[in-house]
Design a protein around this ligand. Structure first.
Ligand SMILES: Cc1cc2nc3c(=O)[nH]c(=O)nc-3n(C[C@H](O)[C@H](O)[C@H](O)COP(=O)(O)OP(=O)(O)OC[C@H]3O[C@@H](n4cnc5c(N)ncnc54)[C@H](O)[C@@H]3O)c2cc1C
Length: 547
């Protein structure tokens, strides 16, 4: 029954993040489909969401950020790990650090080989290219006229990053000119998704223009509380809560859930799609027993080594008001300089041991030393001395966690339990990461610019000490994924290779939740690829139905 204020569209997309923005824009592109996007957060007009350095502002801003924390983590001494998520048009892609890495070709071949036809690297490369407007133009590896601007930071980084690259060379680590080119392995300079010095996110580049068309609509500050299913297990729409009013938005064709790796499993569970035992305990009538909903949670966990430098770094200008004003003026006049790029400038993908079959560690070299305070009110602070930091994480951690609703209340936070470091391999790679970072720091080029290693890692040397330091100081780099994983078996996955929820018609998941396994590197680019491919699949299936 259609009630007062109820509306009907061809497609309803839940979430306007990195994936949802692309899905909505592509589905509405030819003007024939009506599309409604439901977004719990507000608009993305704030200047801090546009200028790259605004990252530091949105990191702890509840106006645009869900600001979750995990449950106490057993292997991390019971610490709760801060888990920011974008709650705004553009989602996490509107508040992230903009490092643009596709992942290793083998990661996607692994997805395909796990029973997901069409997801090998050769299959997904065209979707990566379709989204990309690379500053160097089109090439066999890059797209030249897609919506997302991709800018190599090469040539724009702080001079001390050259010392990092030289140090890697001195200890015979490989080097790569392009992490998104022929080889991901090696030291190099990161690309960022920016265009003319501004953040180039899916929300800004796909959704904002799409909303100018009459057939694409957004409902902001609207929380989806339930997916509506009919007696035949078909999704017919969603229930939303907006301005204190409960309303129904119906979908003639499909509902697409793109609420991200935390909220997507939560919404499925609230709708009776999930582990029957969990739903039963919470008094939610199960509609489809899918035990993998919320399971298979993966993330990259990293720690940093901090150094005091003998040469100036970005701490100079970043730690004084006058310095910041100078950088701001340069940015306003030229759209260039440190405010226009990321502080994660150099880094790379390496093998922690020669016996590793492929790159298993990712490093970030930041020409700025800053701490993330546990008190959100304190904000991110540059240290008052010239410094830099070297951060590291495992590329493909094997720990698996869960996201579970804690109650049937749609407004309550779910329980996030990543189970970080719960495997021997992950603990071993934490030690490998610190040892590799230290080896690079011992190379002459970096020794020449280093005054001393700073706490908390200074003086830490045995494997046991390194692991203890890692447990106490590590944090998420916010790459949560896998909680509605793709696969052929409903006992162990949530969606099939066409991203359809097993056993429910008219319902797909298209976001970072569908990753069967985490990719090497930062996951915004592969999430946007999933959305490009997901939208193309939805349109293909619709065309096939009409034939
Ligand atoms: C602080 C931070 C830094 C990061 N840095 C990088 C980086 O440098 N490089 C990189 O590659 N990746 C980075 N990431 C990760 C990357 O941004 C995310 O993995 C990616 O954006 C996830 O996209 P998504 O579409 O799955 O979810 P999201 O982009 O999170 O989108 C989900 C959207 O759904 C909305 N939503 C949720 N629930 C509901 C509901 N019930 N009703 C309505 N709307 C709802 C949310 O408000 C949000 O807008 C970072 C993430 C964060 C948080």
């Amino acid at each position: 029954m259609v009630g007062d204020g109820d509306e009907t569209f061809d497609y309803v997309v839940v979430g306007s993040g990195s994936a949802g923005s692309i899905v909505a824009a592509r589905l509405g592109e030819d003007g024939r489909n009506s599309v409604c996007v439901i977004e719990a957060g507000g608009n993305d007009r704030s200047i801090w969401l546009k200028i790259p350095v605004g990252y530091a502002k949105s990191y702890y801003d509840p106006a645009v950020n869900w600001m979750y924390s995990t449950e106490p983590e057993p292997e991390l001494g019971g610490r709760r790990i801060y888990t920011p998520r974008g709650k705004v048009q553009g989602g996490s892609g509107a508040i992230n650090a903009m490092i643009f890495v596709r992942g290793a070709a083998g990661d996607f071949d692994g997805w395909r080989d796990a029973g997901n036809p069409g997801w090998g690297f050769a299959d997904v490369l065209p979707h990566f290219k379709r989204m990309e407007r690379h500053a160097g133009g089109a090439s066999p590896w890059h797209g030249g006229d897609g919506p997302i601007g991709v800018t190599p930071m090469r040539g724009a980084t702080h001079p001390i990053t050259d010392a990092f690259l030289a140090a890697c060379r001195e200890i015979q680590l490989p080097e790569t000119p392009d992490f998104n080119g022929a080889a991901i392995e090696g030291a190099g300079i990161y690309d960022v998704n920016t265009r003319r010095g501004l953040r180039s996110s899916a929300g800004a580049e796909y959704l904002r223009p799409a909303l100018k068309r009459e057939n694409v609509t957004i409902r902001r500050h609207a929380r989806t509380t339930r997916i509506l299913l009919d007696d035949e297990h078909r999704a017919t729409g969603v229930e939303i809560l907006q301005g204190g009013q409960r309303r129904t938005i119906r979908a003639r064709c499909e509902v697409i859930v793109s609420a991200g790796a935390v909220e997507t499993p939560k919404l499925l569970q609230l709708s009776g799609i999930g582990d029957g035992a969990l739903l039963g305990r919470l008094g939610i009538a199960p509609r489809r027993h899918l035990p993998a909903v919320g399971a298979n949670l993966q993330d990259h966990l990293c720690a940093s080594l901090y150094y005091r430098s003998t040469v100036p770094t970005l701490n100079g200008p970043f730690s004084s008001l006058a310095g910041q004003a100078g950088l701001a003026l340069r940015y306003i006049l030229t759209r260039k300089g440190p405010f226009a790029i990321s502080v994660n400038q150099a880094g790379g993908f390496f093998r922690g041991r020669p016996s590793e079959p492929r790159e298993n560690l990712q490093l970030y070299f930041n020409p700025l030393s800053y701490r993330i305070p546990s008190d959100p009110g304190a904000g991110l602070k540059a240290e008052p001395y010239p410094g830099f930091l070297l951060a590291f994480n495992a590329c493909r951690p094997t720990s698996r966690g869960r996201v579970e609703i804690a109650s049937p209340d749609a407004e309550g936070a779910p329980r996030i339990r990543p189970n970080y470091l719960s495997t021997e391999e992950d603990r071993d790679e934490a030690v490998q990461g610190a040892r590799l970072a230290r080896r690079i720091m011992q190379a002459p080029a970096l020794r020449a610019v280093t005054a001393e290693e700073m706490p908390p890692s200074a003086g830490v040397s045995t494997d046991d000490e390194i692991l203890a330091y890692f447990r106490e100081n590590c944090g998420s780099i916010y790459h949560l994924c896998g909680t509605a994983g793709m696969g052929p078996d409903p006992a162990t996955s949530v969606v099939d290779a066409r991203l359809r929820v097993h056993g429910i018609a008219g319902l797909r998941v298209v976001d970072a939740s569908i990753f069967p396994t985490i990719t090497a590197g930062n996951i915004n680019a592969p999430t946007m690829m999933v959305a490009e491919k997901g939208a193309a699949t939805i349109l293909e299936d619709a065309a096939a139905r009409q034939r």
